[in-house]
Design a protein. Structure first.
Length: 429
């Protein structure tokens, strides 16, 4: 990861705005969960807040992707960040006037922010490839990944500290200003206009443009394979936490602190990965990196399935070695998952024309978002009814077999091919 790319004004402004907004969002999401649990004491209501935040993005994601290709992307990013700030600011005032937020008000806040996010994500995903090109994409995406992963670690910590000392109001206020400042910084980014708005806005125009995005995915074998890989990774990695809780607490019987280290090792590995991706790219191409990293994730999860077996546990008098084994595997899985994510973004940005990137990206992100709860529900039920080792074995086989089946399309992908849609098609994986 070459940090010298931050010398470019547009890149530094984009990354600064992202850092400010994601830290604020991370603080608010964690503090809001603490607030709901404190006020209601209900884990069900807490879970319902998380579930409700996904629904608008699933419903509106593909629609928003088409709009991202129609309208000025810079203006959309600025307006949406400012709108986020206004929405959170309004609920901050409500809290200060009434001294509390009802569950109805929390649901409304979460839904509004989720709707804005549904329109924001397809747009912001097109900004990096609009302001950097070629090998700089690796560095830009690595820095973006580092910021996201750092916020995952720092946001909840700051949110918990501020919530403990000052309550939810100060966190809402900080997040409101973080969005507003992000929007202001984004005003000064120079983003080339690649939008292609139809002369007449209609349902037919929307259908035609959305269909064009789907056809592009089907026609470009590498993109189709990359979308499948992303879905599989989200489907199988999301439930890993369920498996880790089960193995750590019920089988190895580790302390809460020890389990916290297991979670922490994921965050650490995800922060380290962006620094090594650039070196990997000097030797391998995106498709090969994706194949190796996702296949490795499958193998690592299969190995994880060996740890809770009676055979492995009987080799040791204490749970120290099995626990260390879990830590090592978690570190490697987090590392590989981040490398896979960065390589996917880089390949996607190189292969998809900017005028189609909004709708194509929205299809992929919506599918990935839907895969998370599906994987959690399916494997959650399995962990309750089937041996943990078998669950992890199945969880690991899925990405490993998928990568073997799609290896040809991934490995043969050449980044020298222009990102036009005239590449001849071949057999799908």
């Amino acid at each position: 990861m070459n940090l010298s790319i931050l010398k470019k004004k547009d890149v530094s402004l984009l990354m600064l705005s992202k850092f400010i907004s994601v830290i604020g969002t991370g603080m608010q999401e964690f503090a809001l969960s603490l607030y709901v649990l404190k006020v209601t004491g209900s884990a069900t209501l807490f879970a319902s807040v998380l579930a409700i935040s996904i629904i608008p993005q699933l419903i509106l994601g593909t629609f928003a992707g088409v709009l991202a290709d129609w309208y000025d992307r810079k203006k959309m990013v600025v307006y949406l960040d400012l709108l986020n700030g206004v929405v959170v600011g309004i609920f901050t005032i409500i809290f200060l006037l009434t001294g509390a937020l009802s569950m109805l008000e929390i649901y409304i806040l979460v839904i509004l922010l989720s709707v804005i996010t549904a329109f924001y994500q397809p747009v912001v995903g097109t900004i990096i490839p609009s302001i950097v090109t070629g090998d700089e994409l690796v560095d830009a995406n690595s820095i973006s990944s580092l910021i996201s992963n750092t916020s995952t670690l720092i946001g909840p910590v700051l949110g918990a500290m501020l919530f403990g000392f000052y309550g939810i109001s100060i966190i809402l206020a900080i997040n409101s200003f973080s969005f507003i400042f992000a929007g202001i910084f984004e005003m000064f980014i120079k983003v080339p206009k690649n939008n292609n708005k139809p002369e007449k806005i209609s349902l037919k125009a929307f259908k035609n443009d959305f269909t064009e995005g789907i056809k592009f995915i089907k026609r470009k074998n590498f993109i189709l394979t990359a979308v499948i890989a992303a879905l599989i990774v989200n489907f199988t990695l999301a439930p890993v936490t369920i498996g880790l809780v089960y193995i750590s607490k019920r089988i190895l019987k580790v302390s809460d602190f020890q389990y916290g280290l297991v979670e922490g090792i994921f965050a650490v590995s995800m922060m380290i990965a962006p620094f090594i991706v650039g070196k990997i790219y000097k030797k391998l191409k995106s498709g090969t990196i994706m194949f190796i990293s996702v296949f490795a994730i499958g193998v690592l999860i299969i190995i994880m399935g060996i740890i809770p077996t009676n055979f492995y546990l009987s080799l040791f008098n204490k749970n120290t070695v099995p626990y260390i084994s879990i830590l090592i595997i978690c570190f490697l899985v987090g590392l590989m998952a981040t490398v896979a994510s960065i390589s996917l973004n880089v390949a996607f940005q190189k292969a998809v024309p900017l005028e189609l990137m909004g709708r194509v990206g929205a299809v992929m992100s919506t599918g990935c978002l839907a895969a998370v709860p599906l994987g959690q529900m399916l494997f959650g039920i399995m962990f309750d009814n089937i041996n943990a080792s078998i669950c992890l074995l199945i969880m690991g086989i899925i990405p490993a077999v998928t990568m073997i089946a799609c290896r040809k399309n991934l490995v043969k992908y050449s980044e020298d091919i222009p990102n036009a849609s005239k590449v001849p098609s071949s057999d799908n994986c």
